[in-house]
Design a protein around this ligand. Sequence first.
Ligand SMILES: [Zn+2]
Length: 211
Amino acid sequence: MKRTIKEEIVATCKRLYEHHLNGGYGGNVSVKDEGLIYITPSGMPKDTLEYSDIIVMDFKGNMLEGKGKPSSEMRFHLLIYKERPDVNAIIHAHPPIATGFSIARREIPIGIHEEATIVLGDVPVLPYAVTSSNELAEEVAGAIRKANAALLSNHGAITVGESLEQAFRRMEELENLCEMIMVANSVGEVHKIPEEKLNELVTLIKNRRKG
Ligand SMILES: [Zn+2]
């Protein structure tokens, strides 16, 4: 198994903690590589993990390497990888401002901020489901079929990406966006980018991706 992937997961967990995007015990991070899933263990602080703590599993759920138990939220990681072949990395975290939005059930449509529209797209809020349950796994996988980020009610956030770096940048952007909305609400009200300009922006993004 690849030590570099395990080290990348450990570094991402530290980065999430240092950027105030996750507390010590919350959240989980995984990477898909050559038919295997590398995932953080359950019940250990994520900011002090070592590469040897990372668990490697196959898609049937068999543990191949690592100590302890895989993350209790492994179900939604498995389901997402099955349903989104383009996704190679998943981050679930409890960023304080975005999690506040999940408690207030505030979904975040595209068109509030230019960069966030490009990086994130729509961010739905999922109905509340108990942590680690099948219901939560199905809700999350269902939302991620058509989104790259989602809020889990009274719980936290999830982002996916083609790489761990992209999933991390999306989590960072989501937290920043929630902070911007909070500030906008405190000094005035939220105005979206006008519809016709938003279409122009979306077309520009699509053309950039083709090019
Ligand atoms: Zn969680």
